[in-house]
Each structure stands twice: as C-alpha cells, then as structure tokens.
Design a protein around this ligand. Structure first.
Ligand SMILES: Nc1ncnc2c1ncn2[C@@H]1O[C@H](COP(=O)(O)OP(=O)(O)OP(=O)(O)O)[C@@H](O)[C@H]1O
Ligand SMILES: [Mg+2]
Length: 605
C-alpha cells in the first residue's frame, strides 16, 4: 500500500519538474518533423497565400456592399475597383485560387503530420520494448498505452489543424488591423482598447485550462488502468465477487474525470462569455461611431462597410485565438510526456538487423560476487555477494525456499536487470560487453508463469525460432509431449489460445513453452519450474525430453520437486539470496542437518 502511494507521488513531482522545460522537450519533437521540413515549408507558403486571400476578402466585399449607384454599370471592366463588375471579376479569379491553395495546404500539412506521427509511434514502441525490465516493474501498462495513443492524437490534431488555424488567424488579425488603421485610426483605437484585455485574459486562461485539462488526462489514464487490471485479473475478480468494489473504484475515477472536465468547461464558458460580451459590445459601439463618421463625411460608405466586415472578422479571429492557444499548449504537454517515454533509457539492443541464429556461445557461465536489489525496492537486498561457476554443458539445479532468489538469478542471467555490484561472465567475457539481444539469442527460457501470445499454437511455438519450418514445429511439439493434446483440438496447430493463452490449461501452456525452447535449440537453457503444472505422467515424459534437450548444453533448472533434478551435475541450495549448500544429490543428502537432506526426506519418504 505505502509502496503504491510512494510511486504515485514520485510520478507527480516528476511531472511538475518537467512542466518547466516543456518547451525544450517540445523542441526535441521537432527532430521528428525535420525530415519533412521542406514539404512543411511549402505547406506554409500555401497557408500564407490562402490566409492572404481570406484576409483581403472584406476589402472586396466592402466595395460591393458600399458601392454607389454610379458603380453599377454593366461593363465587365476587369480589375477596375470603381466598377462593381470589375471587383467581381477579381473575386472570380482569386476565389478559385483560394480553393487550390487550401487544398494543397491541407495535403502538405497532413503529409508531414502523418509521416512524423508514424515515425514517433514507431520510436515510442521501439523505446518501450527496449526499456529495461525495471521500467515495467513500476509503470502501469494501461497508462502507458493510453498516454501514447492520446498524446499522438493530440499532436496530430495540432500539426494538421491547430497550428494552421492559429497562424491564419494571426495573419487575418495582423492584416485586418493594419487595413482598418488606414481607414480610420480613431475607430481602431476604440478596438485596441479591447484587445489587450482579451489577450491577457486568454493567456491566463490558457495556463489555467492546461493545468486542469492535464489532470483530467492523467485521471483518464488511471481509470483505463482500472479497466485493464480488472480484465487481466477477471478470474480473481469474479471468484472473490469483487464486482461491487471494482465498480465503485471505477465509478469514483470517472466521476472525478467528469468533475475535472466540467471544471474545464466552466472556465471555458466563463471565458467565452466574457470575451463575447466585450467584443459584441465593442462592435456595436464601433458601428455606431462609424455611422456618425459616414454622416459627417469622415469616411466613405465603402470604407465603412470594409471596416465593419474587418471588425467582425477580427472579432471572431481574436475570439478563436485563446482556444487555439490552449490547444497548442495542451499539445506541448502531450509532446512533453511522449518525449519522456521516447527519451527513456533503453537496453543495449540493436534492432537494425535480426539477431544471430547461430550458436556462438559455448555456455560457460560465471557469476562473480553478485549483489542485487530490485530497482523498485532498493532497500531490500536480494543477492549478497553470490558466486557460482557453471561449466559449459553442465546442468545446474537451483532449489530452495520460496522467495530465496531463484527466479531472480534466472532474470539476471537473462540480463533483465542491472547488477548493483559484481558481474556475470559468459564464455569468460563480461555480459556487459555483449549486445544484450545477441546474448539472449543464445538462451531459451521457460518462465515460472507462462504467458502465451494471443495467436495460434503454431505461432506460439514458432516464437522460439521465427524462421522455423512446420515440420520443425511439429517435432518440437512432439518432444515437449504436446503433440497429443494439440492434435486433440479440431483446429490442431491452428487452435487460437486466447488472450495470454487463457484457453489452455497450465500444463498445456507449459508444454507449449517447452516446445518453444526445444525449437530454439539454445546454447543455454533456463527452466524456471518448467514442469510444475504437469501431472506426474506428463512430467515424466516431458522430463525425458528435457533431459535429452539438456545434453550438451548449459542448463539452469529451477525446481521444487527434487526428483526432477536428482541427476543434475550440481545442485545449488538457495537460502535468503545466498548459497547454503552445493553439490551432487549424493553429496547433499549426506550432509548432517543439511537443508537439502531435510527437503529430500520430506519429498522422498
Ligand atoms: N520484480 C520484482 N520487484 C521487486 N521485488 C521482487 C521482484 N521479483 C521478486 N522480488 C523479490 O525478490 C525476492 C526473490 O524472489 P524470487 O522470485 O527470486 O524467488 P524464488 O526463489 O524464485 O521464489 P519461488 O520459489 O516462490 O518462485 C522475493 O523476496 C521477492 O519478493
Ligand atoms: Mg521463482
């Protein structure tokens, strides 16, 4: 409990700290846009052109609206702005141009966005699967998944639409202001009295809304996590009739999200109401002033209409700016959290080429002075100066009480975690000096808890050796004593095993995992309770296959049932992260008061 709370606090302080350098984080994101920069640049030119047309429309429309009767003659005098048909002829040219500009603006922006998003998604997934195990011990999968999908969507919207819209409005506002200034500085001053108020309010609002919107996003991720945990553990949930409690948990989470979102809505509402009141009031006031000026001859009728049209356009543009600004801010937040994932430290894995399929290790392993504690629980020492030598081709068994560190040793051999001190040598070379995935390519691992992929049995076995032929798969299944039950299914090897392999029994899943290991034909075999879920008869048959498989390769076998490891070259008895005894079965049963002796008396009598 205290553990969970600590973790959450950590997450929070991390976020606050990062908000300060959000912008520099967002800058890192530009690296993903850079390869497409030339096209983006072209897109911006189109944006400039189409915005220019939009911004100048009030000039022409004002001329038409405010035309004197003398200007209504029927000569199509191209481009003559003293003649209404002349103005219309200009519009007839620039409106189709505007359509073309907009079309290409959209195509180019989308091209750049979807390509960058593709790259960033690829990168995020790559970093995730290359993240060290310690990352998965502390981060929640649901939260990470929804973060990646929400954040990329947010960025996508910004790159395709929001930035363009924002720039367009800025151009419109800039151009419009200059134009109306030329028409009448006096009227503009009235307007300018309103704008700074709106701008400052927009900025404050943007900051504030970003904060609440972000906590709403975080809460959403957390609530997704509740769903995920419930579904993953659905069996326990149902068996313990915890529907009520889970529902309550979820309901309070979504209620919280709703409240946060309503808070966002409330402030957005207040803001919009405020802005609209000021702007509409100003427009009415300006129209009134304008009409006075037309009557007194201060400005022309045309100019008055242009002024009105520009003012209305400026009003909507300025009104939309805060919203757009808030959206951009929100994307900067999204970029920041995506960048946090992308800049995470990863394992030394080279994914530019497939891992070697040949056996390059002989399989000599030395564990020298291993000191280890799990990164998520630094204060608890799991291994304290452990030493162990395994000769090439030797079978080593690890036995000992639950929690004594056996699986931990398996994880360390697989380089899932970094050691606090000491080193592991493979063929006299420090594990650190290998590429991690190359090293792992030499091992096969049957974990204590087998989790299969959602696909078919065939796909699951082939996971051990992606290029394997169908015959190799059948042969591996046969050796793992799995062929019989597989052929018992109507779809045989095409049988879908369900999410995580849920449609198979524990023993069936173990045999699939063993078949996978057999197919891999590794230099080093690591079995963590690989036959624990099998009945005695199956175990015997599988054991036979495993014994054959272990011939001539280094094997580390973790077992509770001593019968399965009796013939190992060396049996290591673990106790509290230390080696209590080591020797052959015969040697160990002869140690007076020995741990192993006691265990074997319990099991063999
Ligand atoms: N991912 C983890 N993060 C933090 N602590 C862990 C983690 N995995 C295991 N531990 C702790 O490390 C210790 C050794 O666990 P380990 O899984 O190696 O035991 P084991 O000997 O394999 O036990 P068993 O026979 O029950 O499988 C335990 O105290 C356990 O709580
Ligand atoms: Mg274990």
């Amino acid at each position: 409990m205290s553990f969970g709370r600590k973790r959450r606090n950590l997450g929070k302080s991390e976020k606050i700290k990062l908000t300060k350098d959000s912008y520099s984080k967002a800058k890192n994101f530009l690296a993903f846009v850079k390869p497409y920069a030339p096209i983006y640049f072209i897109g911006f030119i189109f944006l400039l052109l189409s915005s220019g047309v939009s911004a100048s429309l009030p000039i022409f429309l004002g001329q038409i609206l405010g035309a004197e009767s003398s200007e209504f003659n029927t000569d199509w005098n191209f481009g003559n702005t003293d003649n209404i048909y002349g103005v219309l002829s200009i519009l007839a040219i620039i409106l189709p141009l505007q359509a073309v500009f907009s079309f290409f603006r959209i195509i180019t922006f989308h091209h750049v966005t979807h390509n960058s998003i593709k790259d960033i998604r690829k990168k995020a997934f790559e970093v995730l699967i290359k993240s060290p195990m310690a990352y998965f011990d502390t981060s929640k999968t649901g939260e990470t998944i929804s973060r990646i999908s929400n954040d990329t969507e947010q960025i996508q919207e910004t790159l395709t639409t929001t930035i363009a819209e924002f720039l367009r409005q800025v151009i419109v506002v800039g151009f419009g202001l200059v134009y109306i200034f030329v028409i009448s500085a006096k009227l503009v001053l009235i307007m300018l009295a309103v704008i700074p108020v709106a701008a400052i309010a927009a900025m404050l609002f943007g900051k504030f809304i970003k904060k609440i919107a972000r906590s709403a996003q975080d809460e959403t991720a957390k609530s997704n996590n509740i769903i995920e945990e419930a579904l993953v553990g659905i069996k326990s949930l149902k068996a313990y009739a915890n529907e009520f409690i889970e529902l309550k948990k979820y309901s309070s989470a979504v209620t919280n999200i709703k409240s946060l979102n309503m808070k966002v809505a409330l402030w957005r509402g207040i803001f919009v109401a405020f802005i609209v009141t000021i702007l509409v009031g100003a427009i009415v006031f300006i129209i009134w002033q304008g009409i006075e000026m037309v009557h007194s001859g201060g400005i022309e009728r045309k100019e008055f209409f242009q002024f009105i049209l520009f003012t209305v356009m400026l009003g909507t543009s300025i009104g939309s700016l805060p919203d757009l600004f808030a959206k951009i801010q929100k994307s900067i937040g999204s970029t920041e959290s995506l960048m946090n994932i992308i800049q995470q430290e990863t394992e030394k894995i080279d994914t530019s080429k497939p891992v070697p399929t040949n056996k390059f290790l002989k399989g000599k392993i030395e564990l020298k002075n291993l000191n280890f504690s799990y990164p998520s629980r630094k204060e608890i020492k799991i291994l304290n100066g452990l030493n162990l030598n395994i000769k090439s081709g030797e079978q080593i068994a690890l036995v000992g009480s639950s929690g004594s560190g056996k699986s931990t040793i398996a994880s360390l051999l697989l380089q899932f975690y970094t050691l606090d001190d000491g080193a592991i040598y493979f063929d006299d070379k420090n594990a650190k000096d290998y590429r991690v995935n190359e090293l792992r390519s030499q091992m096969a691992f049957v974990p204590q808890e087998v989790i299969l992929l959602g696909g078919t049995i065939e796909e699951n076995i082939r996971y051990g050796k992606p290029g394997a032929s169908y015959n190799e798969i059948i042969s591996a299944a046969e050796k793992a004593n799995a062929l019989e039950f597989i052929n018992g299914f109507p779809e045989k090897f095409e049988t879908v095993v369900g999410d995580r392999g849920i449609q198979l029994s524990g023993g069936q899943r173990q045999r699939i995992a063993i078949a996978r290991a057999i197919l891999r034909d590794p230099a080093i075999l690591i079995l963590d309770e690989a036959t624990s879920a099998l009945d005695s008869e199956s175990e015997l048959a599988v054991q036979d296959a495993l014994n054959k498989l272990m011939q001539g390769r280094t094997s580390v076998v973790i077992a509770h049932r001593l019968a399965t490891i009796k013939n190992a070259n060396s049996i290591v008895v673990m106790n509290n992260g230390e080696i209590a005894e080591q020797g052959t079965h015969e040697e160990l049963v002869n140690i007076e008061n020995g741990v192993y002796k006691k265990l074997s008396q319990l099991q063999f009598s």
